[in-house]
Design a protein around this ligand. Structure first.
Ligand SMILES: [Cu+2]
Length: 155
């Protein structure tokens, strides 16, 4: 019954006009590294509902393929692996950030430059939601790794 009402509502109201289940803040995509046409998208997903939401990534214009990735460190090397979905608990946020989870964008079909936007289509609880990601230049490498203690040799 509930699902019948939900689908009726979804037919009547376009997905863009539906109250979204998430707020996507600070969306941004890095300009692809020189000589590549692959890059990644970041931002913060906030679940605005009272139950868990599931987020999938469907497509990104102008890229041929898109995947959700998580980064992890194995034997001192960063590796990326594919995730099918992001699950965000009620009222919680999920961060997509460099060195962590991200939206991987493969094979741009045209040059992707600063001040453009990449339209990324998400499925949020199986409802389509498109978020526009401004393209920004890569920040100069974050210096957080400097936390690693320098070795001081005292004699
Ligand atoms: Cu990746």
């Amino acid at each position: 019954m509930k699902s019948m009402i939900l689908s009726a509502v979804m037919i009547l109201v376009s997905s863009a006009a539906l109250a979204a289940d998430i707020e996507f803040s600070n969306p941004h995509v890095y300009v692809p590294l020189k000589g590549t046409n692959t890059t990644a998208g970041f931002g913060t997903i906030k679940n605005t509902t009272k139950s868990e939401v599931t987020v999938k990534v469907v497509s990104a214009t102008p890229f041929k393929a898109v995947e959700l990735h998580e980064s992890s460190e194995k034997n001192g090397r960063m590796t990326m692996s594919k995730m099918e979905t992001i699950k965000v608990a009620a009222g919680q946020t999920f961060e997509l950030k460099p060195g962590g989870n991200h939206i991987m964008l493969f094979d741009a079909t045209k040059p992707v430059e600063e001040k453009q936007t990449v339209a990324i289509k998400l499925l949020v609880n199986d409802k389509e939601q498109t978020v526009n990601f401004p393209v920004v230049t890569r920040l100069s490498k974050e210096t957080k790794t400097e936390d690693k203690k320098e070795e001081h040799h005292h004699h």
